[in-house]
Design a protein around this ligand. Sequence first.
Ligand code: WT7
Length: 633
Amino acid sequence: MTNKLQIKSFEEYKEKYALSIENPEKFWGDVAEEFQWIKKWDKVLEWNFQEPKVEWFKGAKLNITENALDRHLETRGNKLAIIWEPNDPKQRFVRYTYRELYEHVCQFANALKEKGIKKGDRVCIYMPMIPELAVAVLACARIGAIHSVVFAGFSSSALADRINDAEAKAVITSDGLNRGAKQIPVKRVVDEALESCASVETVIVYDCLGWGPNMEEGRDYWWHEVVAGQPKSCAPEPMDAEDVLFILYTSGSTGKPKGVVHTCGGYMVGAAYTFQNVYQCDESDVYWCTADVGWITGHTYIVYGPLISGTTSVMFEGIPTYPDPGRFWQIIDKHSVNQFLTAPTAIRSLMAHGEDHVLSYSLDSLKILGSVGEPINDEAWKWYHLHVGKERCPIVDNWWQTETGAIMISGIGNISPMKPTFAGYPLPGVNPVLLDQEGKEIQEADVEGYLCIKSPWPSMLRTTYGDHERCRVTYFSTYDGYYFTGDGAKRDQNGMYRIIGRVDDVINVSGHRFGTAEIENAINTNDNVVESAVVGFPHPVKGQSIYAFVVCEKAPEDEVHARGEIVESVVAEIGKIAIPEKIQFVSGLPKTRSGKIMRRILRKIAEGEVSNLGDTSTLLDPNVVDELIEGKL
Ligand code: WT7
């Protein structure tokens, strides 16, 4: 792929943007010409947001891995595709050229086929951040199997839910993983999960730590054994543009996490188009995104976007603070990273360790900085700009979601103007609007509204796995004819967007999404718990933190112990990433007469803003509020 898709000036952006909204079919049809298709489309777009039904590049055939691998072999065969930096800086890093990556992917794809995995089968990937994770993802895509990557920090119960929902036939995992000074027994979690997963026939285990885990005869196979002797080429499965490429689970306001479904053609076009524009990589650049492939950012901006674009992508196994808080900056100097993408929460946690760590490195190679996953506050923006970017590198703030598949609103490299804490302008092809309470489009500047998208874009979700009605209700029924993002936003006089945050019951902790219902369900598994209500409250490093109000059958005698039990249940049901920061035992929750919990009041109490609770007269028992305020932690 050449850089032909890159916008080169703000003027050009404005022209392209206008064209993309006026005539999306022409705009995206032209963009799609830059990719390799087995057969081109009959029609660029068909859609309605009522069912919803959205089809891009209908009738086309492709395999996304031909675009990410094969097509680079001639011109970039010896160029680095992946630089893998291990958790421990003393361990050697690993580099794969495009040819080597191609061969590894083909070998593993052949191994999957030998184990009976076919087009359309679901494969769950629960792995550390090692190159084999990218290989596994691409090998699934190669043979048309649907990957469902589950972040390796989720508990066995959360993993089992995801495996069962997708009815995965195989799981790809490792013996254990390195995370800072800790080692985590990954295979043991898989074994526990599989006790309740009937669909899984095959488990492939990568030997990461030499631990010799339990291997179940006839079910579990070593990665190195299944790939041994496999041919280094594997014909790509021809996929319909609208065939499913992957499922990725994410949390919403209600119920269990849902499987967001992305399809081959549109996702490919969206991932590569946005990557090439926002990050403006030159041919020799080294790009690094610190996310985990377990989240959408890793899918689109570690694996697919950079590789389809022929960029060298750094993959990091570790954490920002190990062995010390200079680790990110050391890696940037070590591999001469040019584009760097991380989350505000990482920046804030490193800020807390002072400037010395960052000032010990030159960071001369950096050209563009990215921020993603949550709103970036002014202080973190300034620190990032001054100490990391040396006031030389623009910061592109990427707003998007698991459901959107690719960046929607963001600065474009050095090209579009930036404004601290503003994500900026919509990318070409993205048609955002702000709606008021009544669902009317807000035209005025500086007014907060509900952020919705008015027309389809190629990388949008097509459904939620196994439950299309849930997709319709969640995203397309709040405002008729619009995709509702769940975020609140403002637009300034110049048309730049500032994302305020979620307006629904989704909490964003360190850039990870949780639904209040899902955490409450975990807490409620405790025998002594009658009910609970969870809200988010501002946290200086994590952005938001979890505050749980818990009603017990018997008031706990030992609150410390009772809190420990609640924490344990959250760890067991979801994982450590969802542990509530505060747990307050209460005798009742503020409810309306119809029994609805008034979260607005709980949020205010958690934030400590108790002087202005608004109208509490509709409460069933207004006295509970006083008790809650008194007992606030
Ligand atoms: C939610 C989506 C973006 C991919 C990783 C997270 C929040 C995301 C930003 C940003 C302000 C942001 C929104 C969104 N969010 N990026 N740049 N500025 N908020 O994907 O887990 O699906 O979460 O994260 O609230 O709805 P996700």
